[in-house]
Design a protein around this ligand. Structure first.
Ligand SMILES: [Zn+2]
Length: 175
C-alpha cells in the first residue's frame, strides 16, 4: 500500500463517521462465524472471548470491502471491515494473525475501550500493543521464527523507528 493509498484509507475512515457512508456501497456483509468457519474452536480466539466465543462470533458482522489495505474494527459499532483484495491475495498466515489481532480489538470495543485514542501514536497505543502482543504470542505458538514475525510486523506505512518500538513491545528477538 502506497502513502497515497494510506491517505485514501484514512479519508475512508473519516467518511465512516457520516450517518450515511457512500463508500459502503457495493460492500458485502457476512457473519464472522459463517465466513470463517470453526474459528470459535481456535484456542487463541477462545483465549480472547472465553465462554462467549461462539456467541460473539455468531453476532459479529464482517464487511467485505473494496478498500485498499488490510482490516480494521469500525469504531462506530465494533464490526470488522476487511479488504476483499487482501483476503483474496494476501498471505494466509498474515491474514490469520491479523484476524487474531482484530478480534482483540473487537473485545476491547465490547469493553468500552477507545480504539483510535488520538492521545497515542499508533505503535504506543495500549489497545494496539495488546493486540500485537496477543497475535505475536500466537505466531510463536504456530512456529513462526522471530524473523518471520518481524516481516509480519513491518507494514509499508510504518517508519523504522515505529517498527523498532513495536518490536520492543512484543519482545521480538531481532538480530
Ligand atoms: Zn490494531
Amino acid at each position: 500500500m502506497s502513502a497515497v493509498e494510506y491517505t485514501f484509507f484514512r479519508i475512508l475512515r473519516l467518511l465512516r463517521r457520516l450517518p450515511f457512508n457512500p463508500m459502503s456501497i457495493g460492500n458485502q456483509k457476512v457473519i464472522f462465524l459463517e465466513y470463517f468457519k470453526n474459528f470459535d474452536k481456535v484456542e487463541a480466539v477462545k483465549g480472547i472471548f472465553g465462554e462467549k466465543t461462539t456467541e460473539v462470533l455468531s453476532h459479529l458482522t464482517v464487511e467485505l470491502s473494496w478498500i485498499f489495505g488490510y482490516m480494521y474494527v469500525d469504531g462506530s459499532d465494533g464490526h470488522l471491515v476487511i479488504s476483499k483484495n487482501y483476503l483474496n491475495n494476501g498471505d494466509k498466515t498474515d491474514i490469520y494473525l491479523d484476524l487474531i489481532h482484530e478480534l482483540c480489538h473487537v473485545k476491547q470495543y465490547m469493553e468500552g475501550k477507545e480504539l483510535f485514542d488520538p492521545r497515542y501514536e499508533y505503535v504506543e497505543r495500549p489497545t494496539e500493543i495488546e493486540g500485537y502482543q496477543y497475535c505475536v504470542q500466537e505466531a510463536r505458538r504456530i512456529g513462526l521464527s522471530e524473523e518471520r514475525i518481524g516481516c509480519y510486523l513491518k507494514t509499508e506505512w510504518m517508519s523504522e523507528d515505529d517498527l523498532k518500538k513495536l518490536e520492543k513491545s512484543v519482545n521480538l528477538l531481532v538480530s
